[in-house]
Design a protein around this ligand. Structure first.
Ligand code: NAD
Length: 355
């Protein structure tokens, strides 16, 4: 239990690769957080962070770190397949957990994580930074304000023309649970679902295609070269549809590689009374006998690191001062169930399946 007056939040990492760096940058700026230790199987990955952020100890086994260090909180930043084990071990050791997105590699794993969190009385938060973006907050406020009326349809896009990750294990289905749908589609889907007021999903269908990632990257000029095509077992492009209990429908497109003009990262809401886009943030309604487009007079500029700053501060405040989390693990599980159903449908040739 954290002593809220005197003690700092003793913080550790399970997985210390790329995204751990963004967590560390924000945590290192707080004087109520003590960066204590990291656990990773890559000594090289840990060394970079250790030198930069002055972290006292590193471990090759997270269980040992959890046994020795008496941590209060942990960021789980491993490949998706390990989120479940790492988060549950950390909660068993008495830690609150910020788990990077997606919650897990499967909905069943996510359910076990939530059960552990409830049974052990530990906080479990999902690393959804996009809901901290002022655009998302603007659109969610518009939903709550009834600006869209009944939301009928939302179109979700997380599309890269050529952006297959050339680090980590993002092309390996076994370790990640999937490709662009679970890796980047998850971000825009969760923003859209949150903005829609988190309706209950009931069924889903999807088709997935692999045609570029399983071939060498040197055939075409692009910025992200050198992905491991030999171990590539995920989709390049996923196209899916989700139906909700309230009658709304989401259509999602996610791609690491697609023959399109340019990358596309957006969602578009269509409701009975109004609609909206996220990029740019705009609302479309009928007013005074005219079709009117509205954009906010001012919104805070948001960078990738800026969203992380809000996400990390929200987690630390939640742990230390019991302020509410904006990203409960329950929301991570809701999205995970949709992702699971989409992958299941694709395995069954696009047949509609229950969520
Ligand atoms: N929120 C975001 O925008 C965002 C962005 C990128 C990645 N992520 C998520 O963060 C996670 C990590 O992604 P990344 O880009 O940092 O990948 P990465 O490959 O850079 O880092 C993963 C780290 O996990 C370590 N690891 C692997 N097996 C381990 C084990 N058994 N024990 C301890 N450490 C182990 C690897 O050595 C590596 O250092 C993924 O779940 C990914 O989806 C989130």
């Amino acid at each position: 239990m954290v002593n809220r007056k005197k003690k700092k939040l003793r913080y550790g990492f399970i997985g210390a690769g790329g995204i751990a760096g963004t967590h560390l940058r924000d945590l290192s700026r707080r004087d109520d957080v003590e960066l204590v230790a990291m656990a990773d199987i890559s000594e090289t990955n840990m060394r970079g962070h250790q030198d930069r952020f002055d972290i006292p100890r590193t471990y090759s086994d997270w269980k040992e770190m959890l046994r020795v260090e008496a941590l209060d909180a942990v960021s789980v930043c491993t490949p998706n397949r390990l989120h479940e084990r790492a988060a549950i071990d950390a909660m068993k050791a008495g830690c609150d957990v910020l788990c990077e997105k997606p919650l897990a590699h499967s909905a069943k794993a996510g359910e076990r994580m939530l059960t552990a969190s409830r049974d052990l009385g530990r906080k479990l938060v999902i690393g959804f930074q996009y809901r901290f973006n002022p655009r998302t907050q603007f659109l969610r406020a518009a939903t709550d304000d009834g600006q869209f009326g009944k939301i009928l349809y939302t179109r979700v896009k997380a599309l890269r023309r050529r952006g297959i990750p050339n680090w980590g294990v993002f092309g390996q289905k076994e370790l990640q649970g999937g490709g662009p749908l679970i890796d980047i589609g998850v971000h825009v889907l969760e923003m859209a679902h949150y903005t829609m007021g988190s309706p209950e999903p009931v069924s889903a269908s999807a088709d997935m295609f692999t045609y570029i990632g399983n071939k060498p990257s040197n055939r075409v000029e692009s910025a992200w070269k050198g992905w491991d095509y030999k171990t590539y077992t995920v989709e390049d492009l996923a196209v899916g549809r989700i139906r909700f209990e309230n009658g709304a429908v989401v259509h999602i497109e996610a791609a690491f590689a697609a023959h399109i003009e340019k990358d596309d990262w957006d969602f578009q809401i269509m409701g009975e009374k109004g609609g909206a886009t996220w990029d740019p943030p705009r609302i479309f309604r009928d007013q005074a006998g005219h079709m009117v487009d509205t954009s906010p007079g001012w919104l805070a500029e948001e960078t990738f690191q800026g969203m992380f700053t809000r996400k990390m501060n929200n987690f630390v405040d939640h742990c230390l001062y019991e302020t509410p989390t904006l990203a409960p693990a329950e929301d991570g599980l809701a999205v995970q169930r949709m992702l699971d159903a989409l992958y299941r449908s694709a395995e069954r040739g696009g047949k509609e399946v229950k969520v």
